[in-house]
Write a protein that binds this ligand. Sequence first.
Ligand code: ATP
Length: 235
Amino acid sequence: MLELRSIAAHYEGIHALHDVSFSIGQGEIISLIGANGAGKTTTLMTISGMVAASRGRILFEGEEITGRRPEDIVRLGISQVPEGRRIFPQLTIQENLDLGAWLRRDRKEIEKDRRYVFDLFPILRERRQQSGGTLSGGEQQMLAISRALMARPRLLLLDEPSLGLAPMMIRHIFAIIAMINREHATTILLVEQNANMALHVAHRGYVMENGRITHHGSGRELLDDEAVRAAYLGI
Ligand code: ATP
């Protein structure tokens, strides 16, 4: 479904990605793990068109998307949930969700998707007139995921959904991520520092170090890999 071929990316002199290649199949959950600054967020940003790749190609369902504008990439079916959630704190939950659907005109289907995200996260239904900024961190993460789902993506990019959340909330969010994948056939690329949770939920994973992919395998293989365990699982 998605293929990165030898992607490089730079920020004013900083070489953030070197020769990054990987692929994601339809219906998979792929976790991209690595330390702070490894290049995980930059990888997501090159896919969503927020950062320009300086080399290489990105293909989505066989079509080249390298260099396309972010809104064109959303239109093709790729939505990103940014790190730190970035919901609109002054707007209500309902308004935040409506913004997720801003490129769509199919009103009935939008209404169906609103019911779907409210069923995933009933607390958002209860609070739909409340402003986003008054929600807890976990609820804001639910809202950020829901807003991305309102674009009805076929590929969902999640950047550190566990960041700053309590263990129970992290387990809840990961259970929902697995459910979205299972019940809605949404393909998911998950960037995480919480390698343990990320590899448990993933079909396959990639490890990133200093802007390069250094390991890949099934979630189970990476969880059992000595080097991965020592570096990322603290075992
Ligand atoms: P984290 O988990 O801390 O978000 P990451 O693996 O997502 O880390 P990136 O955020 O992709 O890593 O950063 C990769 C490299 O690019 C780092 O050296 C970082 O300092 C640099 N970088 C990221 N964003 C910018 C930017 N806007 N301007 C300049 N350098 C940047």
